[in-house]
Design a protein around this ligand. Sequence first.
Ligand SMILES: [Zn+2]
Length: 64
Amino acid sequence: MKCYLCESELIWGGDHSYEDYCIGGDGIVANLSCPNDECDVESVFVHISNETKEEKNGKEERKD
Ligand SMILES: [Zn+2]
């Protein structure tokens, strides 16, 4: 994945769960950083949901 400002290849710093960031649902937050010292981008967080839309709808409908 490339930095959207300088197009350097971003460095992957690690993955965390949504739970680690107090985000509801099930997914992964990937932490990337730009290696270019002259670039203003310090870090990029990519939120990857493990839930499909169907699963999310099912959860909203299920109220027991
Ligand atoms: Zn950059």
